[in-house]
Design a protein around this ligand. Structure first.
Ligand code: ANZ
Ligand code: ZN
Length: 818
């Protein structure tokens, strides 16, 4: 058979699988239970896949393969998130049309990179969001939201990227910078299309409870949605008709409200402003316009502000309190106005100190408020009839009291903003809306879809706040679907995140052209059973997808309310201390490794670096070791059998099967691989003792256990063993639980005579192995703290005592001490 040569083995099986359609899943009813195994699809960017992507895909694919062997009909689709600013920015940089560039990159990804990975992708259902066959349905999704009143055009402050020349969703801005290009984002007032995701805030929050998602992702979404319960309290403006509503989570502190603050963009600022203060207020507004919203959210310590000259009446105390304008108040949170309670809110405290506003204690506390605000609960003081009440009860009591006078109502506020989905760019689905001088704004009738993105020479953003499509008269001029008169098309395209908010619904229906998703196959295959993705998507893609899916559910198009039953977050691959990314220039290209070692070795190597769900450092130091391991397995199966032995107990085989199974179930790929390596070593050690049947069983088991990690190598071994094609259609190996139980003992591990841990092992474990296992127990490792034990003491099947301190002789320190 010769040496293991991946350059011979891998292409052989890739071709065979493709020819046989081994991974083409029959989505019709019947057969095994279904398992929809989803991974985030790539946006085909410039340089191709990097090692981080391969890490993600191989982890997901390994899980899919495992589920397939466990008897599920696994559907593992793949596609390309090919529309969007990312691709377009690269096209602009290269001076290549995005359509041309996309076709080339998709081809490169698919043919030169992804297909080589040996994953179970069902290429027959590939989707590409930039193809008309896909985006006509993205436009259809838009129309459904439009009909439901959830897609609205409104003027609002939006994030504008001066480099990408387009607006961005809040989610696409991180610490004030464009997520795509890193340029500082500015605020602009513009008319844009929004999806009213805020109408779903409560349901998006509640639904999280029932999902099998990691706690971290639930927390992130919960915080992003940001529910706050409190009250809206109206303050009467002194000497005027106007009332100023404020949102507060602490109505119990009303007696301590010594001033009001409006956001600079608050519509009443100018009405309230007294004539002699007008100029100063205007100067202040001008100054803050340049300050970005995000600095304000981040709780910047800057406490700038200006007095408007107006006063309002505190409804609790009847006092006249000054009305200020300050940048720390956000216009579109709550009502854009705050009651300043410096005694019990730290931002207010700093503001009051800076501007010499009175600070009043209304919640009693041990530390008091002489140094800083007291923000905790306590008994109300200086609060008229409420004095002495507990602050929690006070919240309700004060609200109810004001409510009777028509001055307050309980209110819930969310931090979540409506999703701005229009982009002034070229490379996306045109938003299907028409404007008629007579009939107004009209959705394009479904029967007129798709609104085809015109082929243009000039796809550069205009920078005028209009999309390049506005400069294409043949596109802009159309007829009104209602009156037949001359009308104008909407020229913005929709956000890429809309493309990806429903792609998992399209995969099973990729062959259907009459509908976005065919009801039968959708009911059978959705929701997704396992979704593997990155943490950076939790507040964007995952949230958007849940929202769109929920809307489609409400409209009766799908039968499942939540799209992703189970979500797991893969860790990030770190290189030189930072996340791999093109902008940092620390991207590692997988191609050379795959050329050098084969995809199987590289797959297994990536999954062996560390726990899949944690951050891992990429270096290629250990890849040789993985290549040696692949060779060892190869040689074990291919090597000369030698004379038949008398036979050995096979408990070890069962133990390893059990542990690899458990490790795969919990995505502990590195552990699974370590156990398979142990089995390999054990196989070599016992080589001369195996009966022929045993030797064969070990070889078969090794191939089966390794097949989710190294699909091509193991397919070749399977053939060598004379087994039936394909190894990937075999059931997952079973283990004999009763045998394991009977053969198993619990070994106690002590360090210097103190019990530190225990582990399960087979009876009669050799001393060297027992000590090695003892030293690998986590608690033992912690207590040794990097030290090597000086000696050890072993009672077979019972105890290992590791001696680390000097002066404790092995023989005397040992013995179980209770
Ligand atoms: C008075 C008060 C007293 C407050 C106190 C807090 C503590 P969360 O929990 O994040 O929802 N607030 C209201 N609208 C705001 C806006 N547009 N921009 C900035 N801050 C705003 O925060 C709610 C609290 O944030 C509200 O409760 C309000 O300050 C402030 F001892 O009202 B509080
Ligand atoms: Zn009309």
């Amino acid at each position: 058979m010769g040496k293991y040569d991946p350059s011979r083995v891998e292409p052989k099986w890739l071709a065979r699988w493709e020819k046989d359609g081994l991974y083409r899943t029959d989505l019709e009813e019947g057969g095994r239970p279904k398992f929809y195994n989803l991974m985030e699809f790539p946006y085909p960017s410039a340089e191709g896949l990097h090692v981080g992507h391969v890490f993600t895909y191989c982890g997901s694919d390994t899980y899919g393969r495992f589920m397939r062997m466990k008897g599920y009909k696994v559907f593992e689709p793949i596609g390309f998130d090919a529309f969007g600013i990312n691709t377009e920015n690269y096209a602009l940089k290269q001076g290549i049309h995005p359509a041309v560039l996309t076709a080339a990159t998709v081809h490169h990804y698919r043919e030169n990179q992804m297909k080589r990975l040996g994953a179970m992708f069902d290429w027959s259902r590939e989707v590409n969001t930039s193809s008309v066959g896909y985006y006509r349905w993205t436009q259809w999704v838009f129309l459904q939201l439009y009909r439901a009143g959830l897609a609205v055009r409104k003027r609002a402050p939006v994030n504008w990227c001066p480099s990408c020349l387009t607006v961005l969703a809040n989610e696409q801005v991180s610490s004030g910078e464009c997520e795509r290009c890193g340029t500082a984002v500015v605020q602009k007032h513009m008319t844009q299309w929004f999806f009213r995701i805020t109408a779903y805030a409560e349901r998006l929050l509640r639904g999280l409870e029932y999902l099998d998602w990691p706690e971290t992702s639930k927390k992130l979404q919960t915080n992003w949605i940001g529910k706050s319960e409190g009250a809206e309290i109206a303050f009467q403006v002194s000497g005027a008709k106007a009332r100023l509503p404020v949102f507060t989570t602490r109505p119990d502190t009303l007696f301590g409200a010594t001033y009001l603050v409006l956001a600079p963009e608050h519509p009443l600022v100018f009405d309230l402003c007294s004539p002699n203060r007008r100029q100063q207020v205007e100067e202040y507004l001008e100054e803050t316009r340049r300050v970005r919203e995000f600095d304000r959210v981040a709780g910047s310590s800057e406490k700038t502000g200006i007095f408007t000259g107006a006063y309002a009446i505190n409804p609790a105390t009847g006092e006249n309190i000054p009305v200020w304008v300050a940048a720390y108040v956000l216009v579109h949170y709550g009502s854009g106005a705050v009651m300043g309670v410096p005694g019990h809110d730290q931002r207010d405290y700093e503001f009051a100190v800076a501007h010499q506003l009175p600070i009043r204690e209304v919640i009693a506390s041990q530390p008091g408020i002489s140094e800083c605000a007291y923000t905790g609960p306590g008994l109300m003081v200086n609060s008229g009839p409420f004095t002495g009440l507990d602050s929690e009860q006070g919240k309700r009591a004060v609200t109810a009291w004001l409510q009777e006078q028509g001055l307050a109502r309980p209110q819930v506020t969310y931090r979540l903003r409506d999703w701005c989905i229009s982009r002034q760019r070229y490379w996306g689905p045109p938003i299907p809306v028409v404007y008629c001088p007579g009939c107004g704004e009209l959705p394009v009738p479904e029967s007129h879809l798709p609104v085809v993105l015109p082929e243009v020479e000039e796809f550069r953003p205009l920078g005028t706040g209009l999309s390049p499509l506005a400069a294409v008269p043949e596109f802009v001029h159309t007829t009104c679907p209602r009156c037949g008169g001359q009308a104008r098309r909407e020229t913005d395209v929709s956000d890429t995140f809309l493309d990806s908010a429903w792609y998992f619904l399209r995969y099973p229906s990729a062959h259907h052209h009459q509908r976005p998703f065919e009801p039968g196959v959708t009911r059978r295959w959705l929701p997704v059973d396992m979704y593997m993705g990155g943490i950076e998507h939790v507040c964007m893609h995952h949230l958007y997808a849940r929202f769109i899916n929920m809307v489609l559910y409400d409209l009766g198009y799908v039968a499942h309310e939540e799209p992703f039953k189970r979500l797991r977050l893969h860790g990030l691959l770190i290189k030189d201390g930072a996340k791999m990314s093109k902008s940092r220039g620390n991207v590692v290209n997988p191609d050379e490794y795959i050329d050098g070692y084969g995809a199987d070795v590289f797959r297994a190597y990536l999954l062996f670096i560390g726990p899949y769900e944690e951050e891992n450092d990429f270096s290629d130091r250990g890849i040789e070791g993985m290549a040696r391991f692949a060779n060892r397995v190869w040689n074990f199966v291919n090597g000369p059998a030698g004379p038949e032995g008398r036979g050995v107990p096979m408990v070890e085989v069962h133990r390893v099967i059990r542990e690899v199974t458990a490790a795969l179930e919990s995505l502990s790929y590195h552990t699974a691989l370590a156990r398979i390596m142990e089995l390999t070593s054990w196989g070599y050690r016992n080589s001369s003792r195996f009966s022929a049947a045993q030797r064969r069983e070990v070889a078969r088991t090794l191939a089966l256990l390794l097949s989710p990690f190294m699909p091509m190598l193991t397919e070749e071994l399977w053939e060598t063993l004379g087994e039936d094609y394909s190894i990937h259609d075999q059931p997952w190996p079973a283990y004999d639980a009763r045998l394991l139980q009977a053969q198993e003992v619990t070994i106690v591990v002590q360090v210097d005579g103190k019990v530190r841990d225990r582990f399960q092992a087979v009876r009669g474990l050799p001393e060297g192995e027992a000590v090695a296992l003892a030293m690998s127990c986590p608690k033992v490792r912690a207590s040794l703290d990097g030290q090597k034990p000086r000696a050890h003491y072993y009672v077979p099947d019972r105890l290992v005592n590791l001696i680390s301190r000097p002066g404790q002789a092995a023989g005397t320190a040992g013995g179980p001490k209770g």
